[in-house]
Design a protein around this ligand. Structure first.
Ligand code: NAD
Ligand code: IPM
Ligand code: MN
Length: 367
């Protein structure tokens, strides 16, 4: 039996509702695939900030360092400014643990009616590879002359050769396992230093992968193509901010924020990686028990894959796809009336049923 130590940060809002469903499904999967999990919960959130003045304790990162992975819900809630909550917890984890890849699959599943016409299940299957440690998200800059008429803010972007090269290489390696196509998101017509540099590095790295087809679009038209022609894309590599925006657009194109999983990966495995949905804490629906748990559950499948539990990861993905294909139960964001827990329980039951079906088939073969 394999045993994994997982740090769990439910965080805020619907993070606290979808994480229990993720754990429910992973526990069920563990029983089928001989995996056990030790879940250690860290109650770090905006509530914690309001009580203690910190999103996590001073040694919070040290507390997380030795885990096999981190399973996170969402951070941020009205009452604490977003830049305080996110820069006090989520972003420090991504950076300290060199989780420089933010991998965000965008897939149209059976049973989902997308908001765009002419696309069915299987027609949209792309992966956003978002740079996750630098770029437009930087701490370089400042404010001057606060609260005077000369008040100003400066924010510098940081694009390093190492940072660009490693995310681009990751994208090319991933494309080689998929459909051999990488698209780069740029804006080198308007952003005059960093984006031409990004393009230069993309061209240089592409040379090492001559079998992979490449193209690039400025982010404005790329966004339009995401809506009109999402089937054009395989792997899309993007800077931190562009990748962030494309992620929500991608989620919308395939039906809901509640269907978009993500992995913050430290590919060298020196540090734990972190698995969390693309969506946030959804204050507008928090507390109602109606959030779609699929993104959280699917992020759990990505965690299993990262841990090397490939069959178990496939089982979770297969189960959530089957339940969605049956169209019942489904949460309101995808046109149903069911609750978060109903969908979580249905997916967990599907994992168990599929596995016992497989075992029964195997036994029959033996007879
Ligand atoms: P959001 O993703 O929380 O919500 C956007 C919209 O999508 C809302 O209408 C919400 O109800 C809906 N939605 C999101 N997830 C859903 C789900 N699972 N099921 C059904 N509907 C869902 O984005 P926001 O409103 O911009 O952000 C709210 C807070 O979350 C902010 O504090 C923001 O900074 C934070 N945030 C955190 C993360 C993270 O922790 N990784 C990501 C994004 C936003
Ligand atoms: C995401 C979120 C975060 C980001 C925010 C909350 C800082 O939007 O994970 O997509 O921009 O990285
Ligand atoms: Mn985002």
């Amino acid at each position: 039996m394999k045993r994994y130590n997982i740090a769990v940060i439910e965080g805020d809002g619907i993070g606290r509702e979808v994480i229990p469903e993720g754990i429910r499904v992973l526990e069920a999967t563990g029983r089928c695939y001989d995996i056990s999990f030790s879940w250690q919960h860290f109650d770090w959130s905006c509530q914690t900030f309001l009580k203690t003045g910190r999103m996590m304790p001073q040694d919070g990162l040290d507390q997380l360092r030795s885990f096999d992975a981190i399973y996170l819900g969402a951070i941020g809630y009205p009452g604490v400014p977003d830049h305080i909550s996110l820069w006090g917890l989520l972003i420090p984890i991504r950076r300290a643990f060199q989780q420089y890849v933010n991998l965000r699959p965008v897939r149209l599943l059976e049973g989902i009616d997308p908001p765009i016409k002419n696309f069915g299940a299987g027609d949209i299957d792309l992966c956003i590879v978002r740079e996750n440690n630098e770029g437009e998200y930087s701490e370089a800059g400042g404010r001057l002359h606060r609260n005077t008429e000369f008040d100003l803010a400066i924010q510098e972007s940081v694009f390093t050769r190492r940072g660009c090269d490693r995310i681009m290489r990751y994208a090319f390696e991933l494309a080689q396992k998929r459909r051999n196509h990488v698209t780069s998101a740029t804006k080198s017509n308007g952003i005059v230093f960093t984006m031409p540099f990004w393009d230069e590095r993309f061209a240089a790295i592409a040379k090492d992968y001559p079998q992979v087809k490449t193209n690039q679009y400025h982010i404005d038209i790329l966004s339009a193509h995401f809506v009109r022609h999402p089937d054009w894309f395989d792997v899309v590599v993007a800077s931190n901010l562009f990748g962030d925006i494309l992620s929500d657009l991608g989620a919308a194109v395939v039906g809901s924020m509640g269907l978009a999983p993500a992995a913050n990966l430290n590919p060298t495995r020196e540090f734990p990686s972190m698995f969390e949905p693309v969506h946030g804490s959804a204050p507008d629906i928090a507390g109602k028990g109606i959030a779609n748990p699929v993104a959280q559950i699917w992020s759990g499948a990505m965690m299993l894959e990262h841990l090397g539990e490939i069959d178990a990861a496939k089982a979770v993905e297969g189960a959530l796809a089957s339940v969605l294909a049956r169209r019942d139960p489904r949460t309101p964001d995808i046109g149903g009336k069911a609750g978060t827990r109903d969908l979580g329980e249905a997916i967990a039951a599907e994992v168990l049923a599929t596995h016992s079906g497989m075992m029964a088939a195997k036994r029959c073969d033996l007879v």
